[in-house]
Design a protein around this ligand. Structure first.
Ligand SMILES: Nc1ncnc2c1ncn2[C@@H]1O[C@H](COP(=O)(O)OP(=O)(O)OP(=O)(O)O)[C@@H](O)[C@H]1O
Ligand SMILES: [Mg+2]
Length: 670
C-alpha cells in the first residue's frame, strides 16, 4: 500500500542533467518540483511542502553547500532531508556536504536504483524521526500532565492531612467536653449496641466502660417496662426524631435510681440514623426534693391547723388533766381506790402527746434546747415501755453510760425513743418478740454515711432493733412522711417517724433504717459533746415542793384558773383566781405588797401576760411573774430580759410541773 505521494524538490542549475533520474523517479510515483538555483529554491519551498530535496553542488552564484546551509538553518525546513547529487567526488566536498546539513552525498554517475533506495531510506528515516518527535512531544505533554496531576494530588493530600488534623482536634475536643459533662452519655450504633460511654456514665451507674461496650443500654432493651414502651422509643428514634422520657434504672451495686433520658439519632449519610447519642441525668435527688417540698407544704398546712386548735385544745386538756388530778387527789385523801381515774389521766396524756407531736412537726412549738444526758432519758423511757409492753416481748438493753450530752429538748429525745420503741413493739414477732435498744458513742470521719449528710465528729448512736416482718421495699421511702401508716384506722396516725425525723433533723442528727424480713434496725445519730454533765437533782425528785405564799392565778379560761387555784391551794399556797387581766392589774394595784407571785397566761384578750408583768413592775417590782402558754414557748434566755418574770409554765401542766415551777420561781435569786 503506497500511502502517500512524496514530494521531492530537485535543485540543479541544469535539470536536464538529471532528466533520466527525474523520469525514473516520476515513474516510481514521486511528485517532483524543480529549482535552478538557491533563490528559486527558497521561493518554491515557501509555497509548497516537500519531503526531500535533491541538491546539486556546483551551481553559479551560490553553490549547493551554501543553499544547504540556508535551508537547514531555516526553522521551517530544517526537517527536510537534503541529499547531495554531484559530480564532485573529492573527500573534502563530501565532508563539506555533511557539514552544511546534508544527510547523504551521492556522486555521479550513480545507479538510479541505489538513488531510489537512498531516497526511500531517508524518507523512512524522516517519517520515523517525525513519529519519534511526535511521540516525544506527546510523552513530554503526558509527563507534564502527570507532574501537574501529581502536584495537584500532593496539594490535595496536604489539604486533606490538614483537614484530618483539624477534624481530629475537633473530635478530641468534643470527646473531652463529652467526658467532662455532668450528664451520662452513651453512644450506640444503629442497632443500639454501645460503642462509647463517658466518665459521668461510669460514676453514675458504677459500670466501667469496658463492662458495657458491646451491650445494649437498658432503656433500649426489653425489660421492666411494657413492650409498647420500648417500641415507642425505637419507632421514634428510627424515624430520625429525638425521644425523651424518664426511666427507673439500677446501679451496678443494685441501688435504684430515676433518670431522665434524651436519645438523639445521629444522621451522617442519607436519611437513616447510623447511631444514637443518649444523654441521661440522675433525677433521684430532684424527685426526693420534690417529695420534700410536698411534705413541707403538707407541714405548712398542718402547722396552720395546729396553731389554730392547739391553744384551745391545750386549755381543754389542762382542764381535763388538772381536774382528773384533783379528783385523784381527793379520792386518795378519802382512801377511795378508783383505778379508772388513771385511765382518764393516761388517755389525756396521750392526747397531750398527740398535740405535742403535731406542734413539733409544724415547728410551732419553739423548743428549749439544753445539754441532755441521753442515757438517762433512754432508761427512763424504757421503764415506761417495759410497763406497757407484754412480758412475752423481750427487751434487751445495750445502753452504755454516756456521761456527755446532746444539745436538745429532753422531752423530745424521750419522744424519739418512745416512738421508735412503740413501732418496734408493734412490729416485733408476736410469739417470740424481741426488741434490742442500743446506745453508744461513735466517731465519724465524714465518709461513712454520706447519705446522712453528717460531718466528722463525735456522735451518740441510738439503735432500735426488732425481729418483726420488716419494711417492704416499696414503702421504704414513704415511712418518714407525715400521716403515712400501714396500720388500721385508729391504730396509728402515721406521725411517729415524721416526728422522730423532725426532732433529729432539728438537732443536726440523722435517722436511717435498714430492714429485712425478721430484722429492722433504726439508727439515730446525734451530735455529742463528751464533756461530763451534772444532772439537776430536782428533776429526779418525786416529791412536789410546797409553800404558803400569796399567788394570783390568771387565765382567761375559767377552768384553767380553777385548776391552778385548786392545785396550788393543795400545796399550801393562798391563791386568788382571776380571768381578766385588767381586773388583775387593779387587784395588783390594790393589794401590792401582799402578793408574792402572779401566774399569768400569755394569750389573753386585752393584754398579754408579759404586758401585765411590765405594768406591774411600776406598781411593785417585788411581785414575781410566771408566764403560761399552751402554744407559745419561751426559753429561759428570752425571759431573762424581763426583770420580774421568773419562769415559763407550759400548758397543759401536771401538778408536779406547776408545784415545782412556782417554788423555783419564788426561791430564785435573779
Ligand atoms: N420497726 C418497724 N417494722 C416494720 N414497719 C415499721 C417499723 N417502724 C415503722 N414501720 C412502718 O412505718 C410506718 C410509719 O410509722 P410511724 O411511726 O410514722 O407511724 P405509725 O406507727 O403507723 O403511726 P403512729 O406512730 O402515729 O402511731 C408504719 O405504719 C409501718 O408500716
Ligand atoms: Mg409509730
Amino acid at each position: 500500500m503506497n500511502e502517500k505521494i512524496n514530494k521531492l524538490l530537485i535543485i540543479d542549475d541544469s535539470p536536464k542533467n538529471i532528466q533520466v533520474v527525474a523520469n525514473f523517479l516520476q515513474n516510481e510515483g514521486y511528485d517532483l518540483s524543480f529549482a535552478t538555483d538557491g533563490k528559486e529554491a527558497m521561493q518554491v519551498l515557501s509555497k509548497e511542502t516537500f519531503d526531500l530535496i535533491l541538491l546539486d553542488v556546483v551551481m553559479p552564484l551560490i553553490d549547493g553547500f551554501q543553499v544547504c546551509k540556508e535551508i537547514s538553518s531555516n526553522a521551517n525546513y530544517k526537517d527536510i532531508p537534503i541529499l547531495f547529487l554531484t559530480v564532485k567526488t573529492d573527500p573534502e566536498s563530501i565532508v563539506k556536504g555533511f557539514e552544511s546539513g546534508g544527510v547523504d552525498y551521492i556522486t555521479k554517475p550513480f545507479n538510479p536504483y541505489e538513488l531510489l533506495a537512498r531516497i526511500k531510506t531517508h524518507l523512512r528515516l524522516k517519517s520515523i524521526q517525525k513519529q519519534f518527535k511526535e511521540n516525544n512531544a506527546k510523552l513530554i505533554e503526558e509527563v507534564s500532565l502527570r507532574q501537574k496531576a501529581e502536584k495537584q494530588l500532593k496539594n490535595m493530600n496536604v489539604e486533606l492531612e490538614y483537614k484530618v488534623k483539624e477534624r481530629t482536634k475537633q473530635i478530641y475536643r468534643l470527646a473531652g467536653i463529652i467526658d467532662q459533662l455532668y450528664e451520662s452519655v452513651i453512644i450506640t450504633n444503629k442497632d443500639g449496641v454501645i460503642e462509647y460511654v463517658n466518665k459521668a456514665f461510669e460514676s453514675d451507674s458504677g459500670f466501667k466502660s469496658d463492662e458495657v461496650i458491646g451491650d445494649i443500654p437498658r432503656f433500649l432493651e426489653k425489660g421492666i417496662y411494657s413492650k409498647e414502651f420500648y417500641e415507642e422509643i425505637w419507632s421514634t428514634i428510627r424515624s430520625g426524631k429525638t425521644w425523651s422520657g424518664s426511666f427507673s434504672n439500677t446501679k451496678k451495686d443494685g441501688t435504684p435510681y430515676d433518670e431522665e433520658i434524651m436519645v438523639v439519632p445521629i444522621i451522617n449519610h442519607g436519611n437513616e440514623p447510623d447511631g444514637y447519642f443518649s444523654l441521661k441525668r440522675d433525677v433521684s435527688s430532684q424527685k426526693k426534693l420534690e417529695k420534700q417540698l410536698i411534705n413541707a407544704q403538707k407541714m405548712e398546712a398542718i402547722g396552720t391547723l395546729a396553731g389554730g386548735i392547739a391553744h384551745d385544745f391545750n386549755n381543754i386538756l389542762t382542764a381535763i388533766i388538772g381536774f382528773s388530778e384533783i379528783v385523784k387527789y381527793e379520792l386518795e385523801q378519802k382512801n377511795f381506790d378508783c383505778p379508772r381515774i388513771n385511765e382518764v389521766l393516761s388517755a389525756s396524756n396521750r392526747a397531750k402527746d398527740l398535740v405535742n407531736q403535731i406542734l413539733v412537726l409544724s415547728r410551732r412549738n419553739e423548743i428549749e434546747k439544753k445539754p441532755v444526758r441521753v442515757d438517762l432519758v433512754v432508761k427512763e423511757a424504757l421503764k415506761l415501755i417495759r410497763s406497757s409492753v407484754p412480758a412475752s416481748i423481750e427487751i434487751i438493753q445495750n445502753i452504755d453510760e454516756t456521761l456527755g450530752t446532746v444539745n436538745a429538748d429532753p422531752s423530745q429525745i424521750h419522744q424519739v425513743v418512745m416512738n421508735l420503741c412503740t413501732n418496734a413493739y408493734q412490729a416485733a414477732d408476736r410469739e417470740k418478740g424481741r426488741i434490742i435498744i442500743g446506745l453508744s458513742q461513735i466517731k465519724l470521719n465524714g465518709s461513712e454515711t454520706p447519705e446522712s449528710g453528717l460531718g466528722r465528729g463525735l456522735y451518740l448512736k441510738l439503735t432500735v432493733e426488732d425481729n418483726g416482718k420488716g419494711i417492704d421495699r416499696s414503702i421504704a421511702d414513704k415511712i418518714f412522711e407525715p400521716y403515712f401508716t400501714t396500720k388500721r384506722p385508729g391504730e396509728g396516725t402515721g406521725l411517729g417517724l415524721a416526728v422522730v425525723n423532725g426532732i433529729i433533723a432539728d438537732i443536726k442528727g440523722s435517722v436511717t433504717v435498714k430492714s429485712d424480713a425478721g430484722n429492722t434496725v433504726f439508727t439515730v445519730l446525734m451530735p455529742y459533746n463528751p464533756q461530763k454533765h451534772e444532772t439537776d437533782k430536782s428533776e429526779n425528785d418525786i416529791r412536789i415542793p410546797k409553800g404558803n405564799e400569796k399567788v394570783v392565778f390568771l387565765d382567761d379560761e375559767a377552768n384553767v384558773a380553777d385548776i391552778g387555784k385548786i392545785i396550788l391551794e393543795s400545796l399550801g399556797y393562798s391563791v386568788k383566781k382571776m380571768t381578766d387581766p385588767v381586773e388583775a392589774l387593779n387587784y395588783i394595784k390594790a393589794e401590792k405588797s401582799k402578793i408574792d407571785i402572779v401566774v399569768a397566761d400569755y394569750t389573753m384578750p386585752s393584754m398579754t401576760g408579759i404586758d401585765l408583768a411590765e405594768k406591774a413592775l411600776d406598781i411593785d417590782p417585788k411581785i414575781r411573774f410566771v408566764i403560761s402558754s399552751g402554744i407559745k414557748r419561751f426559753s429561759n434566755e428570752e425571759l431573762k430580759s424581763f426583770k420580774n418574770i421568773y419562769g415559763f409554765l407550759k400548758k397543759p401542766f401536771t401538778k408536779k410541773e406547776l408545784g415545782t415551777l412556782i417554788r423555783k420561781a419564788l426561791d430564785d435569786n435573779k
